[in-house]
Design a protein around this ligand. Sequence first.
Ligand code: NAD
Ligand code: MG
Length: 384
Amino acid sequence: MTRRISILGATGSVGISGVDLIRRDLDRYQVVALTGGRNIARLAQQARDLRAEIAVTAHDDLLGELRAALEGSGTIAAAGREALIEAAARPADWVLSAIVGAAGLAPGLAALAQGGVLALANKESLVCAGALLRQAGKAAGATILPVDSEHSALFQALQGETLDSVKDVTITASGGAFRDWPLERLAAATVAEASTHPNWAMGQRITIDSASMFNKAMEVIEAREFFGIGPDRIKVLVHPESIIHAVVSHHDGGSIAHLGAPDMRHAIGYALNWPERRPLPVAALDLAALGSLTFRQPDERRWPALRLAREVMAAGGAAGAVFNAAKEQALDDFIAGRIRFTDMAPRVEATLAALAGQPGFGIDPASLDEVHHWDALSRERTAA
Ligand code: NAD
Ligand code: MG
């Protein structure tokens, strides 16, 4: 039986990897919806290659261009936020959510409502609305599978285990572009310098978030949301080689690590084939060639975002939505040259402190509107 598949954010770094896996095995799949942003040529090419039912750009003004690019292909063209949510809600067995930012939340919820599998790369939606996503998934009988490499690694290492026996879990971080920079140089770091990653080829936003460790901070919260593990049992370890992605340590002294080449097609493919494992086009691990793997404790003076993540988890309620939106705004401001690299964390921290006194801050957002309320307040408070 062919499985119906959709990819939200198909034109991005994770989306392209997802499209690559589907293209190699096209007989097994019926591609429903592909969505993208401004790169219409890529979106149209993907839709043709995968014979998608519908292709959607998030931008209304690009509908004409998308229509023209899809002429004669049999794929429907659509544009805009509403169209994107409608496309996500088209019946599908498996949906990859690979949009970047809080913009992925509404389409992710629409996909979940169908009760299939939501393969979630869009960690921002879990950080800003973890409780809402879980409830929506439960109500629809849907399954949410992790696609972030560390969380896929944890999920795999936890197969057959119960959380009671787990002492703690560790997710690794490469340390990003500024791992070895002298601390006093960080204030002068440029956008171009922050946009290079030692091991992974990713979208610009997550690459800069890797340099600041806001990405890892988000992932600690993501781990709490996915696995229900208390914040004090989630650790971060700097591992420059990015070969071990996560470790589960048990009370009996045994630890189970997940290793693999830094290639997102493994985590995406695992979620695609779950609960089976099938061959994937991922390089085999050659430990002898690697020779050694190294580790160090993260320095919270270099990466204050890690401390903020713990504060967000301790606060609960709307703190995740505020944190994510403040981080997105601070990142926009850094990319636009309005603030320095080292200004991002203090700005996020100031917004969290300022909004913590607002009525309802301690309560989990229970609807998309409530998430948007906190998101908008947070961006406004953070904007440079
Ligand atoms: P990217 O910037 O390369 O791609 C983002 C995709 O989302 C594109 O298709 C873009 O058109 C679309 N998009 C952007 N803004 C949108 C909006 N407002 N509305 C609708 N669509 C929009 O990003 P990426 O690196 O592929 O990351 C995607 C998600 O996966 C992020 O949540 C990221 O944190 C997560 N993730 C990425 C990697 C990686 O290796 N790149 C690894 C783990 C997790
Ligand atoms: Mg990750």
